[in-house]
Design a protein around this ligand. Sequence first.
Ligand code: PLP
Length: 290
Amino acid sequence: MQAICWKNGDIMSAKEATISVFDHGLLYGDGVFEGIRFYHGKPFLLDAHLQRLEDSARAIALEIPYRRCELAGAVNEVIAAFAAPAGYIRLIVTRGVGCLGINPKHCTKPTVLIIADRLAMISEAIRRRGARVIVAATRKPSADSLDPRIKSLNYLNHIQARIEANHAGADEALLLNAQGHLAEGTADNVFLVKGDELLTPPVSDGALAGITRAAIIELARDAGIAVSIRSLGIYDLHTADACFLTGTGAELIPVASIDGRRLPQCPGAMFEVLNDAFHALIAHECGGGE
Ligand SMILES: Cc1ncc(COP(=O)(O)O)c(C=O)c1O
């Protein structure tokens, strides 16, 4: 199955899709992106992703040269060109080609890339047994230096945390912010279960406003589960009944242990309810089972 790429209006194999060494996305991480799943040939929650992309771009004064309906059309074109009905889309908008200096004023045309490929982020074995996570020493930059709502191409501190997880033999790392409040995982949001309550950190503590996170909060409230969005710390991690991660790539992944301490429940009853509800939502939005 060949990865496909749409680049500024043209569709080609991903291998043929190259970018300039002067692209500021490469030189400075100057750009924004979205990761979008598709099931049964249909993008899941596409409008929410395009809204977040537009907001991220506006926040860094990057004008996307396509209207939302044009981008939606391009995403569907890429999905149609991809050989499989389910997979992953990476939609990237960089500042475009400029010169070696940092000043973005020389970048006159953003580069827009839409890549479709298979998703190979989480193994089924981890999904079944639950993820072993660590709390990284690498901290999340504070929201007043880089707003976590901007889904930018700058992931270096998340990569540092991921390297810590790799060195520890763990499956994922959780990041705290400078105050020691829980923010999120390296590519996912985090939820804790305590008694009958579902807990998740606020965006102001450094969490991306995850689209899966928002869906889970809504599904939980619809199911009558009390959801508390509040600051959480190491104490909450160590005293939780269960923990799980959410994200477009991750969907829902139960956590088995944090820093070697086993969670009392994995996945736990609340996870099962929400996981079923999430897959029902996918079927409702994209048709069929996945
Ligand atoms: C840092 C980070 N947090 C959370 C998420 C989950 O967000 P979403 O559910 O919108 O995919 C992602 C996914 O890309 C991410 O990169």
